[in-house]
Design a protein around this ligand. Structure first.
Ligand SMILES: [Zn+2]
Length: 462
């Protein structure tokens, strides 16, 4: 067998690793490159042309940097199956359509404003995303599926987002069977709602992410205490708390915590609004997949026939009118809205309307990439630009850094340490510095294993 990384090699977007075995091409993930417009378009299109003849795709989870280039492959003729969990298949149903919509809108925007075009048409269309939906084959965790001659697939829970999977392939070549693991994105223990990551005990080969190499997260334990403090501050000032949150997972986690806090009478019943159509659709999919929930969520909610994502003080606002009406409502209240990095969507209107009022609070609960409005807010800049206009930030900013859905440096190293029999470890999905930090740490404890930081497009024989 041989392995070639077409994306997420010494970088963190565009996850796509091609495994060639017994004459079949198995593509692990088919993610979108995200970054500078022209460069991203070119990379996404080149990958689609190079990978459209794959025999099948195995998808680790629904995040766009892992799934978002599937419609481009479909546009260029890909017709094979896409194996993934049932929850991921459902999430992709809404996320790929949303991504197509963004591609189309972005393209139209450039055209309408006479800006330099990066392409003759959008990267892909709504039709391409709809066509892709038909190719998904939903699997249960821990079930075996023969996907090619001599290749058996098992999806294990990655504990990263709803439906996320660690990909386990049992590969028989020339009468010899080897087990290869691909982490996709490895989650963390003790996250709310979803289960802890499945621990592999024995593998021959591992393709491991390394996003947080060299970095550690805050402990998750005191999240609720921090939320209580921030909510009490808003109540005292009659202010609004604006929370930019990713529509999938982070929004549901925040809602879950607020639900528990109100249920346990730790905070009063102040109005809470989830103002993001994508988040509302994603929440519906969470409700459809209780098989992905952990024991705690079952005990605290489902056993008592309660909805983790619905309670008296919480309202989901779907229409534009409902969203606009929030401007005129007086605090205290909480508004959770997307996008997570404040680059588009309804969150921009809430920031514009509330950022200049010192009574209000902006609560940052996600990683904010460089050069985004979210980053400027997280770093507490005094002047920020929204819709191209400068605003004076008078609202207070609080950061809670504990919410990350990725294993940090130590969690990842501890995880790999427990896997016996590893002959070769490939490090992917990390900036060079992060991948190197993991490489050094693993070198010390995995002396018997070969460790490679994967180069883009370089083919490794196994
Ligand atoms: Zn992810």
């Amino acid at each position: 067998m041989q392995l070639t990384s077409f994306g997420a090699a010494q970088e963190v977007t565009g996850s796509a690793h091609l495994l060639e075995v017994n004459g079949k091409k198995i593509l692990l993930d088919c993610g979108l490159f995200q970054g500078r417009r022209q460069e991203s378009f070119d990379k996404n299109e080149a990958n689609a042309k190079a990978l459209k003849d794959a025999d099948m795709i195995v998808l680790s989870h629904a995040h766009i940097d892992h799934s978002g280039n599937i419609p481009t492959l479909v546009k260029y003729g890909y017709k094979g199956p896409i194996y993934t969990t049932m929850a991921t298949a459902d999430l992709c149903g809404i996320m790929l359509l949303d991504s197509a919509h963004i591609q189309e809108k972005d393209w139209e925007y450039l055209q309408d404003h006479g800006m330099p075009m990066v392409s003759e048409s959008p990267l892909y269309s709504t039709e391409n995303a709809e066509e892709a939906q038909k190719l998904f084959v939903g699997m249960k965790y821990n079930e075996e599926e023969d996907i090619a001659q001599g290749v058996k697939l098992i999806l294990r829970d990655a504990g990263h987002i709803l439906g996320s999977a660690l990909v386990e392939l049992h590969i028989t070549e020339n009468g010899q069977t080897k087990v290869l693991g691909f982490t996709g994105d490895l989650g963390r223990k003790n996250m709310p709602i979803i289960q802890d990551p499945y621990q592999w005990k024995q593998l021959d080969y591992l393709i491991a992410e390394s996003t947080y190499g060299g970095r550690l997260h805050d402990s998750y334990v005191d999240v609720e205490e921090k939320l209580i403090g921030i909510i009490n501050e808003a109540i005292k000032n009659n202010g609004k708390i604006i929370i930019p949150a990713f529509a999938v997972e982070r929004t549901q986690e925040i809602v879950y915590h607020l639900n528990l806090l109100q249920k346990n009478l730790k905070i009063p019943c102040l109005p809470i609004y989830v103002d993001s159509p994508l988040a509302i659709n994603a929440t519906e999919i969470f409700r459809r997949h209780p098989e992905c929930f952990d024991d705690e969520t079952n005990k605290k909610f489902l056993d008592e026939k309660e909805d983790p994502f619905g309670f008296g003080c919480l309202k989901y606002t779907r229409t534009t009118e409902e969203s606009k009406a929030l401007n005129d409502k007086k605090g205290p209240m909480i508004i959770i809205s997307a996008s997570g990095m404040c680059e588009s969507g309804r969150i921009l209107h809430h920031l514009k309307n509330n950022i200049e009022n010192s009574k209000n609070i902006i609560l940052v609960v996600s990683f904010m990439a460089k050069d985004t409005l979210g980053r400027a807010i997280a770093e507490k800049h005094r002047i920020v630009r929204i819709f191209g206009r400068p605003y004076i930030r008078r609202a207070k900013v609080h950061n809670i850094n504990a919410f990350s859905a990725h294993a940090d440096h130590q969690e990842l190293v501890d995880y790999v340490q427990q896997i016996k029999g590893l002959q070769h470890i490939f490090l992917v999905h990390g900036e060079p510095q992060a991948a190197r930090a993991i490489h050094y740490a693993l070198d010390d404890i995995k002396a018997a294993s070969r460790i490679t930081i994967s180069h883009p497009k370089k083919t490794y024989k196994l």
